[in-house]
Design a protein around this ligand. Structure first.
Ligand code: B4P
Length: 192
C-alpha cells in the first residue's frame, strides 16, 4: 500500500505520519527529514538543499526524485506499505512517482490531505521557531513556503483526483489526537 500524507507547511504531516506509521505498520518516508539529515551531515546534497530550504523554496525536482527513487524500494521491502510525507510536492514529482510505481506494477492508493486555515499554520510554525529554531521557520521563509504551496503543490491534489486515486480530506485543526482520530476513521473507511 502506498499512501501519501499531504498538506500545507505546518499542517502536521510529520506529526501525524509518526502516529500512522506506528498504528498501521507503514514505513514513513519524509523528504523533509531526509533533507535535514543531509544538511546536518554537510553532504553535497545537504549543502545544495540547505540554502534553498532556509529561504522557504522547494529544492529541485530532480534532486528529490533521485532521493526517493534511491530509498523507495528498501522502504517497500521493509513493511506492508509506505507512507510518503512531503512528497510529491509538485506535479512533476507526482508524475515521476507514478512512473516509479508503475515500473513495479504499483500505484498510489490513498492521499490523506490535511486542511488547516493559513493563520493557524503561521502560528504553529512561529511557535515551532521558538521551540526548535528551524532555519525555515522565519516569517519571511514561512510566507515563501505558503506561496510555493499555492503555486506548485496544490496541483498535486488535482493530479491524484484526475487519476482516480482516493483523496480523503482531513480537518487538521484541533489537538494532534483529534486529528489522528479523523485519520484513523478515514483509513478505516477507504480500506473497506
Ligand atoms: P517538511 O519537513 O515537509 O516541513 P513542513 O511542511 O513544515 O512540515 P509538516 O507539515 O510536516 O509539519 P509538522 O508536523 O512538523 O519540509 C521542509 C522543507 O523541505 C520544504 O519547505 C522544502 O524546502 C523541502 N522539501 C521537503 N520535501 C520536498 C519536496 N518533495 N520537494 C521540494 N522540496 C522539499 O508540524 C508543524 C508544527 O505544528 C510542529 O511544531 C508541530 O508540533 C505543530 N503541530 C502539528 N500538529 C498540530 C496540531 N494539531 N495542533 C497544534 N500544533 C500542531
Amino acid at each position: 500500500m502506498i499512501s501519501i500524507i499531504f498538506g500545507p507547511p505546518g499542517s502536521g504531516k510529520g506529526t501525524q505520519a509518526t502516529r500512522i506509521e506506528q498504528e498501521f505498520k507503514l514505513r514513513h518516508l519524509s523528504t523533509g527529514d531526509i533533507l535535514r539529515h543531509e544538511v546536518a551531515l554537510g553532504t553535497p546534497t545537504g549543502k545544495e538543499a540547505g540554502r534553498i530550504m532556509a529561504a522557504g523554496d522547494l529544492v529541485p525536482d530532480e534532486l528529490i526524485v533521485d532521493i526517493v527513487r534511491g530509498r523507495l524500494p528498501e522502504a517497500e521491502a521493509e513493511a506492508a506499505g509506505v507512507l510518503l510525507d512531503g512528497f510529491p510536492r509538485t506535479e512533476r514529482q507526482a508524475r515521476a512517482l507514478d512512473t516509479m510505481l508503475a515500473d513495479e506494477g504499483h500505484q498510489a492508493d490513498l492521499v490523506l490531505a490535511l486542511e488547516v486555515p493559513e493563520e493557524a499554520l503561521v502560528e504553529r510554525l512561529l511557535h515551532r521557531a521558538e521551540v526548535e529554531g528551524r532555519a525555515d521557520d522565519t516569517r519571511e521563509a514561512i510566507e515563501e513556503r505558503m506561496r510555493e504551496y499555492h503555486h506548485l503543490t496544490e496541483a498535486v491534489l488535482r493530479h491524484y483526483r484526475q487519476q482516480g486515486v482516493t483523496v480523503e480530506m482531513i480537518d487538521g485543526t484541533g489537538s494532534p489526537e483529534q486529528v489522528f482520530e479523523r485519520i484513523r476513521r478515514a483509513i478505516g473507511i477507504s480500506s473497506r
